[in-house]
Structures are given as C-alpha cells and as structure tokens.
Design a protein around this ligand. Structure first.
Ligand code: NAD
Length: 488
C-alpha cells in the first residue's frame, strides 16, 4: 500500500542562515525515479551563489563563532541536530524514497544512520585533543588541533542524506564551517540539514546548502579560491577533476570514489548466509552503492549449487516503487538505467551467461532494471573490473585461495572485500592479502559510524567515519616557547 506524501513544490538554497533563490532565478526539476514524473523544483545554484555561500562560511570562520565555542557546547549542538533528525525520521525517509527511489526501509536506515553520525561526532567534539611535548627546562611546546576553516562537501546521489551527515558531522565537530553542494538528481533530503542547523542554534554561515549541477556549482566550489578543504564522494573521473582543481591552491582532499568489491566463497561457507548477503550486498539500493558486493568469487566445487540457490532467491525478489518497500527499486535516472543495461549487454557479448535478469525490467515509466546475476565471468572481462553501479552481480570461479585473492585484487579499485568461510585461518590469511579499505568476514558491510571507511588504490584518499575521520578536518599547529629570564 502506497504512503500518501505531500512534497513541497519548490526548495531554495540556504546561505548564511537565509533561504534564497538562485542568483539568476534558475531552477532544476527533480524527478521521482519510480514514476519519471516531476516531484519538485529546486533553486539551481550558479557560481555567484557558490561565492556567496563560501563568503558566508568564511564569515563564520573569521568570527570564530564555531571554532571558539567550547567544544562540549559545539558537540551538544550536533547531538541536538541528530535527535531532531531522528524525531522526523518517518517524514524524511518518505521524502528520501520519493526523491532517490530507494525502498522505504532502507531510507529509514539511512536517516537513522545520519542521526548516529551527528551524535557520534557530537560526542567526540570535546575529546579532540592536542599534546604537550617536553623540550627540557625553559621550554614549553604544545600541539593544537586547528580546524581547516571553510570545508567544501560535494555529495553523490546514492545516499543523499547519509553522505551529508557523514562529512558534515566531523567537520562541524572540529569547528569548521561547511558549504555543501548536493546532487542535482536528488537534493531534497539535504535541505533538512539547514533546518537542523538553524533549529539547533548553530551560527549563521556554519552550514550552507546549495543544489546545482556538477559542471557549474560543483566545479566552481572545488576551484574556489577561498575554501580550505574538500570532501568529495562520487565517481573516479569527477574525483580526478576535483583533485586537479584542488592542486592550484594545495587544498587537502578526502576522496571517496568507486569500487568493484568482491566476496570470496569457500566450500565450507554457510550458503544460506551467502545468499542473504548477496541480497543485501548487491541488491540493496539496487546496487547503487559504492562498496556493494558486485562480484562473487566462488570455489568451483560449490559454484553450481550456489548459482541454483541465487537463481531461485534473486528471481523471487519483488520489483517496484521504494515507497511500497519493494526489494528492487528504480535506478536514479534514465541515464543510469541505460548505462547499467548497456553493461548487461556487454556482459553477454563478452561471453558471460545471465542466470537471471540481464535487461531492463520493462515496467515503466520508472527506471527499473531487473536484478541480474552473471555466471561464467572471467577476470579479463570488462564487467569484472569496471564499476556498473546497478543491480548486477558477476560471479567467477576459483580453485585455490591464492587464485581467489588474486582475482579479488585484480582491479584498479580497493574499497571493500569479503570472505565467507567457517575456517578462521582462511579468513585471516585472505584478510592479510586483500587490497581493500574494509574486509568483511561472513557478513557484508559489518561496521557503522564508529568504523573507518575508505578506499585503497583508485577507490579514494583519506578515511571517513570512525575516529580516523576526525583527522581529515583539522590540522596541527605546534606552539613552542622559550623562557628568557630567571625569576628573581
Ligand atoms: P558523480 O561523480 O557524477 O557526482 C558526484 C557529485 O559530484 C555530484 O554532486 C555532482 O554534481 C558533482 N560533480 C559532477 N561533476 C563535477 C565537477 N566537474 N566538479 C565538481 N563536482 C562535480 O558521481 P555520482 O554519479 O553522483 O555517484 C556515483 C559514483 O559515486 C559511483 O562511482 C560510486 O561508486 C561513487 N560513490 C562512492 C562512495 C564512497 O563512499 N566511496 C559513496 C557513494 C558513491
């Protein structure tokens, strides 16, 4: 049964504590991916709007309104934002589902996760410490954590609420001001952070939210000459262009890019558990997840049995609008659907066999792709090493653990990896050799706001989440003093 949700028809940008139209009055029409119909309009930020937002954030930094605040008070404001977000979980989850297409139960989990980021980093704010370095009599030397200043956050469309919370919370906890450029495809849930910041009493300019295109607002923000740090989550190609923009002023970047992550299935694995993990690992958010388990490397002795089980389970997944909580929900756009379907076609041309799916779902006018499992995939095929970012699982076979690890490591990416086995030695041996920022044993995606997240190789630079993320949002200042006189 569909939930009846009313969506505000027009949303403005939030700059310096004020809701505002785009400088040239431009707007973007946002589509509901389940129906392909217009859902709302949003102000389309120009480079001029980016200038205004950066100036507002700079004003907040210069006033020291946030960085000079007692950290425990700053932390309390973040915790307050988290609690207010949780209190509005149902409303925001429904908006998120209509805006980006994902199933309502996943949207609820994303909003809950966002509240947890705010609470986790709010709790950490007063725990950010400096250090004292003894240099001998007559000297005092200490290290102070100093926020960068104006942080720029460029957000992707697959977790439009969670990705804002993930970087905004530690940025604010460290005392920075933020300019957030949301995705032009699904920005609606992002505006909640403006309401939360204003409602919690953060100083004006601490949180600025803009929606605009990547080529205009995104590029203007990345290249802006008054930002001090960039956090980007998105594709490798855009990450490269952001790094090129950042290099002009030596601005530090945290980059969370793509992946082609593999789960290795040994013959002693619990196959029911493997099948359950496939459903969450690659079909959650219809595969539009950077660390999805998009490849399964299966021991040859259990390959046929596992494929039979996958065929039955994946074939029974329900397909439909996220608001009705279907298993497989629409992709974000027609362009993304065409891209994923083209990869499925390529898979067949390369000689892979579609055990299920392998084509668009056909129910329109939303952007639905049938859940797809490819067998007989080999390491050199493009569908094995290029990111598809849709509900497409590729399966390969192995004989020895060495071979499995080598296939898993054989792409440019290094985001996540998994091992399914009952043998701890095997799990340990593989985890020592897998080139990935996170390794999961017997459950794909183990972790939370507490655990560091990021990529090896082309999957990124720096870490989000956990204590590790904090160090991306401040730099160290060493203060050394010498006593000149002997007291009389
Ligand atoms: P994308 O790179 O197209 O866009 C991401 C954001 O960058 C959007 O806000 C977009 O407007 C902006 N952008 C585009 N071009 C820009 C430019 N030239 N300068 C500045 N900003 C620009 O990526 P996407 O399509 O939104 O997301 C899909 C990709 O993101 C996938 O590759 C996926 O793996 C990756 N991703 C990674 C993570 C992670 O944590 N590692 C999380 C989510 C998505």
């Amino acid at each position: 049964m569909s939930i009846d949700v009313t969506v505000k028809p027009y949303w403005q940008n939030f700059i310096g504590g004020q809701w505002t139209d785009a400088s040239d009055g431009g707007r973007i029409t946002i589509l509901n991916p389940a129906t392909a119909e217009p859902l709302a309009e949003v102000a389309k930020a120009t480079a001029k709007d980016v200038d205004r937002a950066v100036a507002a954030a700079r004003g907040c930094v210069s006033s020291r309104a946030l960085s000079g605040m007692r950290p425990r008070i700053r932390g309390q404001l973040l915790v307050k934002m988290g609690r207010k977000l949780r209190a509005r979980k149902e409303e925001i989850s429904e908006l998120l589902t209509l805006d980006c297409g994902k199933r309502i139960s996943e949207a609820r989990a994303e909003v809950e996760g966002s509240a947890r980021y705010l609470e986790f980093y709010g709790g950490l704010a007063p725990a950010i410490e400096g250090r004292y370095i003894p240099l001998g009599d007559g000297y005092v030397d200490y290290v102070v954590p100093v926020p960068y200043g104006v942080t720029a956050h460029i957000i992707p469309w697959n977790y439009p609420c969670g990705m804002i919370a993930r970087s905004l919370a530690p940025a604010l906890a460290a005392g920075n001001a933020a300019v957030i450029k949301t995705s032009e495809l699904d920005p609606l849930s992002g505006y909640i952070f403006a309401e939360l910041a204003a409602g919690a009493g953060l100083p004006d300019g601490a949180v600025n939210i803009l929606c605009g295109t990547g080529s205009e607002a995104g590029a203007a923000l990345a290249a802006h000459d008054d930002i001090d740090q960039i956090v980007f989550t998105g594709s490798v190609a855009t990450g490269q262009s952001i790094m090129r923009a950042a290099v002009n002023r030596i601005v530090p970047c945290v980059l969370e890019l793509g992946g082609k992550s593999a789960g290795i299935v040994f013959p002693d694995a619990d196959l029911d558990n493997v099948v359950n993990n496939v459903v969450t690992g690659i079909f959650e958010n219809s595969g539009q997840v950077c660390d999805s388990m998009s490849r399964l490397i299966v021991h040859k002795d259990i390959n046929d049995e596992l494929l039979d089980r996958l065929k039955a389970r994946v074939g029974a997944l329900s397909i439909g609008p996220g608001i009705d909580d279907h298993d497989i929900t629409p992709l974000i756009s027609e362009k993304q659907l065409d891209r994923v379907a083209a990869y499925a076609e390529l898979g067949r041309e390369e000689g892979a066999r579609a055990v299920c799916g392998g084509h668009k779902d056909g129910r329109g006018p939303g952007f639905f792709m049938a859940p797809t499992v490819f067998a007989d995939v080999t390491p050199e095929m493009r569908i094995n090493h290029e990111e598809i970012f849709g509900p497409v699982l590729t399966t390969l076979q192995f004989t020895t653990a060495q071979e499995a690890v080598s296939i898993a490591n054989g792409t440019d990416f290094g985001l996540a990896a998994g091992i399914f086995t009952a043998d701890l030695d095997r799990a340990l041996w593989c985890s020592e050799r897998l080139e990935a920022g996170q390794v999961h044993v017997n459950e794909w995606g183990v972790g939370g706001p507490e655990t560091p997240f990021g990529g090896f190789k082309s999957s990124g630079i720096g870490r989000e989440k956990g204590l590790e993320a904090m160090s991306s949002y401040y730099q160290s200042k060493n203060v050394g003093m010498r006593r000149l006189n002997q007291p009389s």
